[in-house]
Structure formats: structure tokens, C-alpha cells
Design a protein. Structure first.
Length: 268
């Protein structure tokens, strides 16, 4: 079982959790941090080599959570052009293309291996989809997508993997291809999510920023930080709130607090 609530209040830590986080202040050395930044693409490529297409479940919840995919149409069968920024192996992309025949999707990922998996998928069709490898912090999206041509950009569990100092570059890049009046749909890890509390000491890179054992990194967002990030690049905030879930494992009697930020930002 699980319950879910949305709102603007961050999760409140238990005294034990607060104490554990307060103790964990030692940061990974600057040398290792630079190495992680340099090897970010290699680490994600190795992640997909190890897990192939098996790690993430297909995300059939996307259209349920983001009614905007339907709401942004002016009439029922209107063709939509979407960009999935950070598509991984297509767990979000292919369910969307299956559910909605009036979508053309651009999709890109940092990992060349992930892009190859998308191209090998039986559902991949160049008539409905264009997939390409891209480092969103430095490769210009305009090389693959016309300016002001995209109706919806999905940014789902992607920005958290990028160094906080470079996140603004991703938003700037996306801004160029998004049509005026259209939106970025965002979902990612929120502050004090269970995944953040599970990091062992020696994993901390900075405030709310951690490295996993495989070298991939994860940032945990506050509502304020995300809002400032988007607004600084010219977006207007439509919705920006925490989604708090408590997943219950009855067999082991474990309650796992999940916290995400789910947001929508518009290009004026």
C-alpha cells in the first residue's frame, strides 16, 4: 500500500534522520569530484551496460500524472511535438508513443549506449521519433531540433544527475526549442527522499548532492531551488510542489518515505 499527498511543505525528518544528516558533513575530495564530472558520461554508459533495458520499469504513469500532455491540445487529435530530454532506454518514451498516436517525439540522452537501446526497440520508428546522443549542458539542441518547435518538454529524473552548477545550461538549451506559451514538465527527487537518507558517509559532494557507488550522481531538490533555477532562465512557474508518498512493505513492515518534486514551467 502507499499514500500520496502534494503540497509546498518539505518532509519533516525524524530526530534520528536529522542527527544522521547533521553528522554527515565530510565532502568527497575536490580531485575525486573533478574526476566524477569528467567521467559522468562513461559512468552512465556503464550503468546501461550493466542493466541494459531492465533497470527502470516502463513509466505508464506519465500521462496519468501529467494530464498536461492531453490538456495542452487545442483539439482532440492535434499533433503534438514533444522532447524527452534524458530519455534513457525509452521507458517513458515508448509507453507515450503507444498511448498517443498523435505525438512526434524528439528524444536524447547523455549515454550513447542508451540511445542505441532506444534505436533497437521494436517500437522505434523514424516516422514518429528522432533520437540522438546529447550532453544537454553543452551540445546545442538546435542542431537536431528547430527553434520554437516543441509543444512539451519532459524532464523526468534527469536534472538530478547533473552538477548543480550546470543545471541552468540545460534549461537555457531547452528554452530555445520550446514554443512560446508551452511547458516543461518536471519530476525528480525531492529533499529528504528515502534515497537521500540511504547514502553512507563519504558519498556527499555538496549540499543535497551525492554520489552513488557506481559513480553516477544525484541531487535532491527543494521547491525554492528549482523555482529560482527556472525563473533565472526566463520561465514562468505554473505548478511546483512536493509529492510525498509513503510506500509500505507489509512483509518486512517497512515504511519508505519517497519525496519528489513535480512541476510545470512555461516559456512566456
Amino acid at each position: 500500500g502507499a499514500f500520496q499527498k502534494k503540497g509546498h511543505n518539505a518532509r519533516i525528518l525524524s530526530p534520528e534522520e536529522a542527527e544522521r544528516l547533521a553528522k554527515d558533513q565530510v565532502l568527497v575530495s575536490e580531485f575525486k569530484q573533478l574526476k566524477l564530472e569528467k567521467e559522468a558520461q562513461k559512468n552512465w554508459d556503464l550503468f546501461y551496460k550493466r542493466n541494459s533495458t531492465n533497470f527502470f520499469k516502463d513509466r505508464h504513469w506519465t500521462t496519468r500524472e501529467f494530464q498536461e500532455l492531453k490538456a495542452c491540445r487545442e483539439f482532440a487529435d492535434e499533433k503534438l511535438t514533444i522532447l524527452e530530454a534524458g530519455c534513457g532506454v525509452g521507458n517513458c518514451l515508448f509507453p507515450l508513443l503507444e498511448e498517443d498516436l498523435n505525438i512526434f517525439a524528439y528524444a536524447c540522452d547523455f549515454s550513447p549506449r542508451a540511445v542505441e537501446y532506444v534505436k533497437k526497440n521494436a517500437l522505434y520508428s523514424t516516422e514518429r521519433c528522432k533520437v540522438f546522443q546529447c550532453d544537454l549542458t553543452k551540445d546545442d539542441l538546435l542542431e537536431n531540433i528547430p527553434a520554437d518547435s516543441v509543444d512539451v518538454v519532459t524532464l523526468i529524473f534527469v536534472l538530478s544527475a547533473i552538477h548543480p552548477d550546470k543545471m541552468h545550461l540545460v534549461l537555457k538549451n531547452i528554452y530555445k526549442v520550446l514554443k512560446p506559451g508551452k511547458c516543461v514538465l518536471f519530476r525528480d527527487y525531492g529533499l529528504y527522499d528515502h534515497a537521500m537518507l540511504r547514502f553512507k558517509s563519504g558519498s556527499k559532494l555538496g549540499e543535497n548532492f551525492y554520489v552513488r557507488q557506481d559513480g553516477t550522481r544525484s541531487y535532491f531538490f527543494t521547491e525554492e531551488f528549482l523555482s529560482q533555477l527556472f525563473k533565472a532562465e526566463g520561465y514562468e512557474q505554473v505548478v511546483n510542489e512536493y509529492v510525498q508518498r509513503e510506500t509500505v512493505n507489509r512483509k518486512e513492515d517497512l515504511r519508505v518515505p519517497r519525496v519528489f518534486l513535480q512541476s510545470k514551467f512555461q516559456k512566456p
